[in-house]
Design a protein around this ligand. Structure first.
Ligand SMILES: Cc1cc2nc3c(=O)[nH]c(=O)nc-3n(C[C@H](O)[C@H](O)[C@H](O)COP(=O)(O)O)c2cc1C
Length: 150
């Protein structure tokens, strides 16, 4: 099996101005990943910094690509840019993980890569990993990888 790692970034398309509705949309997005990715053997990270989504997906090449195609056509975001798709020897993210607001917290503008258009693939991956170590007012939601059925 070829293990692949990909990264893309995009911007949310909000269906409402209300913070509650926005939270609900983010929750819907993250629960799709939490539900689907472990079954497909996918791991990675989904980061939302207030401006961009940055997502890293790792797993079997065909499954990473199939999931990315679904994600790309999702109307809840736009300007989806594929930043890299590489064959890698091992996973950097052992589970699929997203950051969700802890009770009462909201997604605020966070220290982000100012312009992902000028960030290399490695910078985006490192940023996602750092984001997970440093955000204290968010809680980590993650789910463990399962081996996909053959
Ligand atoms: C920013 C963003 C990230 C997403 N990440 C994932 C993901 O990691 N895995 C996934 O299955 N769906 C993800 N989705 C949702 C997919 O676009 C799609 O709605 C979902 O996979 C459909 O799943 P379903 O067939 O179970 O309803 C994401 C959507 C957005 C907007």
């Amino acid at each position: 099996m070829f293990l692949a790692r990909m990264a893309y970034y995009s911007r949310p398309v909000w269906d409402s101005r209300s913070p509650e509705a926005r939270r609900k949309m983010l929750k819907g997005i993250l629960s799709a990943g939490i539900h689907n990715n472990p079954q497909a053997g996918l791991t990675g990270a989904l980061v939302f910094d207030g401006i961009h989504f940055i997502q890293i997906l790792e797993g079997m090449r065909s499954r990473v690509w199939a999931t990315f195609k679904r994600i790309e056509s999702d109307p809840r975001h736009c300007d989806v840019v594929l930043a890299g798709f590489l064959e890698v020897p091992e996973r950097l993210f052992p589970n699929f993980a997203v950051m969700a607001p802890a009770d009462g917290a909201t997604f605020k503008h966070r220290v982000a890569i100012p312009d992902p258009d000028v960030a290399t693939f490695d910078m985006l991956v490192a940023y996602a990993a750092r984001h997970f170590r440093e955000q204290k007012d968010l809680r980590l939601v993650s789910s463990k990888r399962k081996e996909p059925a053959a």
